[in-house]
Ligand binder design. Structure first.
Ligand SMILES: Cc1ncc(COP(=O)(O)O)c(C=O)c1O
Length: 359
């Protein structure tokens, strides 16, 4: 199970029904707050994808953030606004993924003590990255063998210490932080944007982007992209209410959630044009293509928007499309599994990736 999936089994500590939905002005303020810490990432024309799809395909390179994902934006925007008293009590989060790296980096930048709960069996690489970014400001607590267990321990820690819980997506300030990348897209795009393809996990990123485009560029269609076996938002929209999935395949970690956030659900239902669910085969092929053709290291959730181009190829012809390349923390040890899923027999493309290169 992914970090975000697990968090959704716990009641959100911050997403109270009374929480005000973020507006464009909140996102503009967030951008000003983070300008010295968060990188203004490039919006790059992909010659390869543009030729392949006969369209202008631009990549928003969030893999180039210091923590190699957009997650720094939301975590920093939330943490930087804590009061002196809240800062003194410290912060806590539970995650083995990109959120914990964003939190660790923010704690170091702001000189705030934080505790990150991670399952004991988390990949050593991710544990090391959190320690590296957090330095002496972060305590990593390895607990249990699942994210649920780590999350329960984090909630208990919060109750005992009064530390501030930083939710990865169901929080207005986190959503505002994520939305700042959409402001950059609007400033940097060479032409008006017809379509934005954004990954959806807990819905924080998509909610932030949807809010900005609805206010500033309402003709742009914003499309959420979920993994086929964890399409929580698509399922909830079909039922007209936010719902938990019975189970998910956590393969596309980061974007595999049982239930999207309550705020994210409301905002996405108002601001997204549609949501597509992408088969793992296409996501794996997109990740491999980014590596082979464009020397870009993306992670699976970061590849979802590019994978969706294949599903939408007829409608994107001649259009300007922005794909949010949301993260690049791919563990090299996953390549074998990714190669295998890219080559599944249900493949409808002629792409044939050599099995031996997995070794
Ligand atoms: C690289 C990457 N992309 C997309 C997402 C999904 O973001 P959200 O949970 O805000 O929908 C995540 C979440 O962890 C992520 O790490």
């Amino acid at each position: 199970m992914t970090d975000t999936a697990a968090l959704l089994t716990e009641p959100s500590t911050t997403a109270l029904p009374s929480q005000v939905l973020p507006e464009l002005k909140d996102i503009i303020k967030a951008a000003a707050r983070m300008k010295d810490v968060v990188r203004r990432t490039p919006l790059q024309l992909s010659q390869y994808l543009s030729q392949r799809y006969n369209a202008n395909i631009l990549l928003k390179r969030e893999d180039l953030q210091p923590v190699r994902s957009f997650k720094l934006r939301g975590a920093y925007n939330r943490i930087v606004q804590l009061t002196a008293a809240e800062r003194a009590r410290g912060i806590v989060c539970a995650s083995a993924g990109n959120h914990s790296q964003g939190v660790a980096y923010s704690c170091q930048a702001l000189g705030i003590k934080g505790t990150v709960f991670m399952p004991a069996n988390s990949p050593q690489l991710k544990i090391n990255k959190v320690r590296q970014f957090g330095g002496n400001k972060i305590d990593v607590v390895l607990v249990g063998n699942t994210f649920d267990e780590a999350c329960q321990a984090a909630v208990e820690f919060q109750r005992n210490t009064g530390a501030c819980f930083i939710h990865p997506f169901d929080d207005a300030e986190v959503i505002s932080g994520q939305g700042t990348l959409a402001l950059e897209i609007l400033q940097d795009a060479p032409a008006s944007v017809d379509l934005v393809l954004t990954p959806v996990g807990g819905g924080g990123l998509a909610a932030g982007i949807g809010t900005v485009f609805q206010a500033r560029s309402p003709k742009t269609r914003v499309i959420g992209v979920e993994p086929e076996h964890a399409a929580a938002l698509q399922n909830s929209l079909a039922h007209g209410a936010n719902q938990s999935l019975a189970s998910i395949d956590p393969f596309v970690d980061g974007a595999s959630t049982l239930r999207v956030g309550e705020l994210g659900y409301v905002i996405c239902s108002r601001t997204l044009d549609s949501v597509v669910a992408v088969p793992d085969r296409l996501t794996c092929q997109a990740l491999i293509d980014l590596y082979q053709e464009q020397a870009i290291v993306a992670e699976l959730s970061g590849s979802l928007g590019i994978a969706a181009l294949e599903l939408l190829k007829e409608e994107i012809e001649g259009k300007t499309v922005v794909c949010i390349l949301s993260g690049g923390n791919n563990d090299f040890s996953r390549f074998g599994e990714i190669l295998q899923r890219a080559n599944t027999s249900t493949s409808t493309t002629n792409t044939d990736y050599p099995e031996e290169s997995a070794a």
